[in-house]
Design a protein around this ligand. Structure first.
Ligand code: PLP
Length: 358
């Protein structure tokens, strides 16, 4: 077999351990396992989304139609439907961006400790990733700007970033966009946008008119609780959306996900409840970690990343107690663990298990 050399060099994405796998390996009942490894919404999905999902089963034999979700997003975001690109999860959109703008010999810029898919999407096209050292585990935007060369086609930015949880101020991202060459695509991955307090948010979609090279990505996997349905989207200029839609498989977003997403988008109460619970739960985790003398990175999403000397050993002891968190050795952060914000009860159990482990 002669696979493409750049594919052979790729390291596969490592997801959080599934509950059933841990149940089998550790002999624990699945119902006694707490998974805080993939930044999922601990409350599940909105009841309205669930109702819409069940109703949509009657359409599961039909090929999907995107119209309803494009309309709902267009209204909510105040952008034209032609500016929205739906993905089978927002990772799908990241992949379209790479396939549309990169080929062998090109370069994409990303930050050290930023989202793993940026590098995977880049390398899978044969292009090279230029990794700019992080500053205090955050994107160093001025350094990323200086790193741009004539070979640079894309700059990938995640804010809040995963796995660190750090956040790049909107004023700084805007400054970056204003200084970057207009032919370079700037991706702003906002998977955790809905978890930002109103006073720290800016509406980057209003920058698109001036900056048609900007692509914002968002997802229904996090606050909306639809991770398993796989639905996300990109918002960009009509020109760029038109290009991305050429590589998009026509039926990438399915009927069930589209129906659930429309309902989820309009359930403001569920989002508000999830937001508040996340604020409280995140503080609970930070306080508990600090009590155990573990220092946390600034946390702007629905997870907390903390430093632990023997992270591998600590992770193993947590698994034995049925607690799944995320080790970050594959992100070159071998002394950190990432824990998602769960329900109050889940957070309490995690902190208790952590205390036992230490
Ligand atoms: C979770 C996450 C996503 C969402 O991916 P989906 O494919 O929409 O599930 C995207 N970007 C970052 C940085 C994330 O952490």
């Amino acid at each position: 077999m002669r696979a493409n050399p750049h594919i052979c060099k790729l390291l596969p994405y490592q997801p959080g351990l599934p509950i059933n796998l841990v149940a089998r390996n550790y002999g624990i009942e699945p119902k006694n396992i707490i998974k805080l490894a993939s930044n999922e919404n601990p409350f599940g999905m909105s009841p309205k989304a669930k109702t819409a999902l069940l109703t949509s089963l009657d359409d599961a034999h039909r090929y999907p139609e995107q119209y309803n979700l494009l309309q709902a997003l267009s209204q909510k975001l105040r952008v034209a439907p032609e500016q929205i690109v739906l993905g089978n999860g927002s990772n799908d959109v990241l992949d379209f961006v790479a396939r549309t703008f990169l080929h062998t010999g090109d370069q994409a810029i990303l930050s050290q400790y930023s989202f793993a898919i940026f590098n995977i999407a880049t390398q899978s096209t044969g292009a090279k990733s230029l990794i700019v050292p992080a500053k205090n585990y955050s994107h160093d935007l001025p350094a990323m700007l200086r790193a741009i060369t004539p070979q640079t086609r894309i700059v990938w930015i995640a804010s809040p970033n995963n796995p660190t949880g750090t956040f790049a101020k909107y004023a700084d991202v805007k400054q970056f966009l204003q200084s970057a060459p207009p032919e370079v695509i700037v991706v702003l991955d906002e998977a955790y946008f809905e978890y930002l307090p109103a006073n720290q948010r800016a509406d980057a979609t209003t920058w698109l008119e001036q900056h048609p090279n900007l692509i914002i990505t968002r997802t229904f996997s996090k606050i909306y609780g639809l991770a398993g349905l796989r639905i996300g989207y990109g918002i960009t200029s009509p020109q760029v959306a038109n290009l991305l839609n050429r590589v998009r498989q026509p039926f990438n977003a399915n009927n069930l996900a589209i129906a659930a997403a429309v309902a989820a988008l309009n359930d403001d109460d569920f989002v508000a409840k999830s937001f508040i619970a996340n604020q409280v739960g995140r503080q609970q985790l930070i306080d508990g970690l600090q009590k155990n003398k573990l220092s946390c990175l600034p946390a702007y999403g629905n997870f907390v990343t903390f430093e632990a000397k023997n992270a591998t050993g600590l992770n193993a002891k947590l698994l034995q107690q049925g607690i799944i968190v995320r080790p970050l050795a594959n992100y070159d952060m071998p002394n950190h663990l990432r824990v998602s914000v769960g329900t109050t009860e889940e957070n309490t159990k995690f902190l208790q298990s952590l205390k036992n482990a230490i």
